[in-house]
Design a protein around this ligand. Structure first.
Ligand code: IPD
Length: 290
C-alpha cells in the first residue's frame, strides 16, 4: 500500500472539507442537539462528512469508513483498512465563531492509526503523519513543513510544571462526568501530586487540535474520558510520530484501544513518559466510567 500517496489524497480532501467549513456561516437554525445541548451537530458537519466520504469511497472502494455523523451504535473496527473521519471537530467552537476547529481524517490499519491528517481551515494549519515517517506541521498553503515537535522539550515531564489539555466533553452526567470532575479538581488543587497542583489546565474545545499541540510540545498532556475514536484517530498517529505516547485512561493498561473512549496523550520527553503516566493513573484511581 502506498501510504504517501494516500496521505496526499487525505490532505487534498481535508483542504476541500476545510474550505466548506471556513466559507460557511453557522446559522442558529442549522444547529441541532444530538443527546443534549452540549452535543451539537450542524448541517456543515453532515455536508463535509458526505463530501469526504464521496471522495474516499470512489478512490478506495475496498476500505471501510467510520464518520462521526453516520456512525451507528455497534459498528466497530475490524482488520479492514478504515478511514476514520470527524468532519468538524470543535463543532461548538464553530457555532460560536471560535477558530479552534478542524477536520480530522485518520487511516487505521489493523487497528493502528497509520496516517493522520488534522486541518484547521480558519488558521490554515495542517498537522500530518505517516507511521515510520515522522510528523509535520505546515502553516499556510505554501508554508514550510516543520517536523514535530516544534518546541524542543529538554525538560523531563512533571505534574507540577505541566500544561494539561482537558475537555468536559458532551457527557454532562453519569460516571464519565463524575470522573472528569474528580480529575479536574485534583489537577487544579494541591492533590495533583506530592502536595502540588499542575501549572495549567486548558480547554481548547477540539480534542484533535489539542493532541496535535501535545505532539508539537506546546502542551504536555491531554486527558479526556468520554471522547470518541473520530476525535483521536488521526491525531494519535501524529502524536506517536512526534515521539509522544497515547495510553489508556484505565490505570495499569499500557495498551490503549483506539475506541477505548478514555485517552491520555503525553508529549515526547527525555526520560520517557512512564513516570508521569503512573502519577496520572494514581489520580484516576478506581472508578466505573467508560
Ligand atoms: C468534541 C470535541 C471536544 C471533546 C468532545 C468531542 P465534536 O468533538 O473534540 O473537544 O470534548 O468529546 O466530542 O463533537 O466537536 O466533533
Amino acid at each position: 500500500m502506498d501510504l504517501d500517496a494516500i496521505l496526499e489524497d487525505l490532505v487534498a480532501v481535508a483542504r476541500q472539507g476545510g474550505w466548506i467549513i471556513s466559507s460557511s456561516v453557522p446559522s442558529a437554525s442549522g444547529v441541532e442537539s444530538k443527546k443534549s445541548s452540549a452535543d451539537l451537530v450542524t448541517e456543515i458537519d453532515r455536508v463535509v462528512e458526505r463530501t469526504v466520504f464521496g471522495v474516499l469511497r470512489s478512490k478506495y472502494p475496498s476500505f471501510n469508513l467510520i464518520g462521526e455523523e453516520s456512525w451507528k451504535h455497534g459498528t466497530s473496527l475490524d482488520d479492514t483498512p478504515t478511514f476514520v473521519v470527524d468532519p468538524v471537530d470543535g463543532t461548538s467552537n464553530y457555532v460560536h465563531g471560535l477558530p479552534d476547529v478542524c477536520i480530522s481524517i485518520g487511516l487505521v490499519i489493523k487497528r493502528r492509526s497509520t496516517i493522520g491528517v488534522v486541518y484547521n481551515p480558519f488558521h490554515n494549519e495542517l498537522w500530518t503523519a505517516v507511521t515510520g515517517s515522522g510528523a509535520f506541521y505546515q502553516k499556510g498553503f505554501d508554508g514550510e513543513r516543520s517536523r514535530l515537535p516544534l518546541k524542543s522539550n529538554s525538560e523531563r515531564l512533571s505534574m507540577q510544571t505541566a500544561c494539561i489539555g482537558i475537555e468536559w466533553g458532551s457527557d454532562r452526567e453519569g460516571p464519565n462526568f463524575d470522573l472528569n470532575l474528580k480529575v479536574f479538581t485534583k489537577l487544579a488543587s494541591t492533590q495533583a501530586t506530592g502536595g502540588h497542583m499542575v501549572n495549567s489546565l486548558r480547554c481548547t474545545g477540539s480534542a484533535a487540535i489539542t493532541i496535535c499541540r501535545v505532539a508539537a510540545g506546546q502542551q504536555d498532556m491531554f486527558w479526556e474520558c468520554g471522547s470518541w475514536i473520530w476525535d483521536v484517530a488521526a491525531a494519535w498517529c501524529i502524536l506517536e510520530e512526534s515521539g509522544g505516547m497515547m495510553v489508556d485512561g484505565h490505570p495499569g493498561n499500557w495498551i490503549p484501544k483506539l475506541d477505548g473512549r478514555r485517552y491520555l496523550a503525553v508529549r515526547g520527553a527525555p526520560g520517557g513518559q512512564r513516570e508521569i503516566v503512573e502519577d496520572f493513573w494514581a489520580i484516576l484511581g478506581e472508578d466505573r466510567s467508560t
